[in-house]
Design a protein around this ligand. Structure first.
Ligand code: HPA
Ligand code: ZN
Length: 326
C-alpha cells in the first residue's frame, strides 16, 4: 500500500476550510454565467493562472472578489454540496466549515439566503453520503468589533444550527485583542470559538487568542514555534492547531513543505491537525495536504494516524460520535 493509499483509507475530520474557498474553477465559471456576474477571466485556464499569491492579502483580494459569483441560496447550496461530496471522497467523516457572512451581506446578499443554501446542502450530504458537518461563522478581522456584533445578532434566528464563531482575514495589524468582548459574548452564550492566529501574525497573536479570546482551537498557529513558553502552554492544554500546509506554501508563509513546522509542532507535543483551508485556490484537498507532508517531512505511519486521530479528537462533536468516527 502506498502512503497515499494509506492516508486515503484513514477516517478523518476536517476542521479548517472556508466554503467560499472551495469553489472549483468550472463551478466558478458556471456561477458567473448563471448569475450574469462580470469577471476578469474568459476561461477556466485564465482563472487558474490567477491563483498565484504574494501573501495573504493578495489572496484575500481575489477571494473576496470571487465571492461575487455567489448570489442565490442555490449557489451557496451547490458549492457546499460539492465540497462535502469531495471531502467524503477523501474519507472525511465530519467537517467543521467556515463561512464569512460579511463578505456576502456587505454586497447585499441576505444572511438568510446564504444560510438556507448552506444548511440544505449540509442536510443533504448527511443523508446521501453520511458525512456530518457543522458551520462556524467567521468575522473579518479588518472590520470593527461592532460589525462582528452585528453579524452575531443577525445570525441569532439560526443559533441552534450554528456551531460557533471564528476570526479570519487580514491578520497583521488586526490583533485578537480587538475582538475580546465579541468572543466573550460568543462564549457566554455557549458557542464554540476559534480564531486564525500565527499564520502571518506573530506568536503574541496566538497567545492573545488563547488567553484573551479563550479559543478552543487555533487556526494555523505556525508562529507558536517562536515562543517556547507558549508551546508548553499549548501542549499542556492540548489546544488543537488546525494547520494548513498547502495554504502556507501558496501564501508564502513557508518557502517549501520541507520547511513546514508541522512536525516540529507535533514533536513539541501539540495536538496538530491537517486541513485544506481554501482547497480550490491552494491546489489540494485534505488528503493532498497529508500526502505532501508525509513525503516532505518523512512522517511515519504512526504519525499520520496520530494526525487523523487528532482531527477527530479536536472536533466539536460529542464524545459518543467521536468514538464512532475514530
Ligand atoms: N487566513 C485568513 N483568512 C482567510 C483564509 C486564511 O488562510 N482563508 C480564507 N480566509
Ligand atoms: Zn483559513
Amino acid at each position: 500500500m502506498t502512503p497515499a493509499e494509506f492516508i486515503a483509507g484513514l477516517p478523518k475530520a476536517e476542521l479548517h476550510m472556508h466554503i467560499e474557498g472551495s469553489i472549483e474553477a468550472p463551478l466558478f465559471m458556471q456561477l458567473a454565467r448563471r448569475n450574469e456576474v462580470a469577471i476578469r477571466w474568459a476561461t477556466e485556464q485564465e482563472l487558474l493562472a490567477a491563483y498565484r499569491f504574494r501573501d495573504l492579502q493578495a489572496f484575500l483580494d481575489l477571494y473576496y472578489d470571487g465571492c461575487r459569483v455567489l448570489v442565490h441560496a442555490r449557489d451557496f447550496h451547490d458549492v457546499t454540496r460539492a465540497y462535502l461530496r469531495r471531502a467524503h471522497a477523501d474519507n472525511v467523516r465530519h467537517a467543521e466549515m467556515f463561512l464569512g457572512p460579511q463578505g456576502h451581506t456587505s454586497r447585499g446578499v441576505a444572511l438568510r439566503t446564504v444560510l438556507e443554501g448552506v444548511f440544505a446542502a449540509m442536510d443533504e450530504a448527511r443523508a446521501e453520503v453520511g458525512i456530518s458537518s457543522g458551520l462556524i461563522l467567521v468575522a473579518q478581522r479588518h472590520r470593527s468589533e461592532a460589525e462582528a456584533f452585528e453579524l452575531y445578532e443577525q445570525a441569532m434566528p439560526w443559533r441552534d444550527r450554528i456551531l460557533g464563531f471564528g476570526l479570519g482575514g487580514a491578520e497583521v495589524g488586526n490583533p485578537p485583542s480587538k475582538f475580546e468582548r465579541f468572543f466573550r459574548r460568543c462564549r457566554d452564550d455557549g458557542f464554540h470559538v476559534v480564531a486564525h492566529a500565527g499564520e502571518e501574525g506573530p506568536a503574541a497573536y496566538v497567545r492573545e487568542s488563547v488567553e484573551l479570546l479563550g479559543v478552543e482551537r487555533v487556526d494555523h498557529g505556525n508562529a507558536s514555534l517562536q515562543d517556547a513558553a507558549l508551546l508548553r502552554t499549548l501542549a499542556q492544554r492540548q489546544t488543537p492547531l488546525t494547520v494548513c500546509p498547502l495554504s502556507n506554501l501558496k501564501l508564502n508563509v513557508v518557502s517549501s513543505i520541507e520547511a513546514h513546522p508541522l512536525k516540529q509542532l507535533m514533536d513539541a507535543g501539540l495536538r496538530v491537525t491537517v486541513n485544506s483551508d481554501d482547497p480550490s485556490y491552494f491546489g489540494g484537498y485534505v488528503n493532498d495536504n497529508y500526502v505532501a507532508c508525509q513525503r516532505a517531512l518523512g512522517l511515519t505511519r504512526h504519525e499520520v494516524v496520530q494526525l487523523a486521530r487528532n482531527s477527530v479528537l479536536a472536533s466539536f462533536v460529542p464524545e459518543a460520535r467521536q468514538r464512532e468516527l475514530l
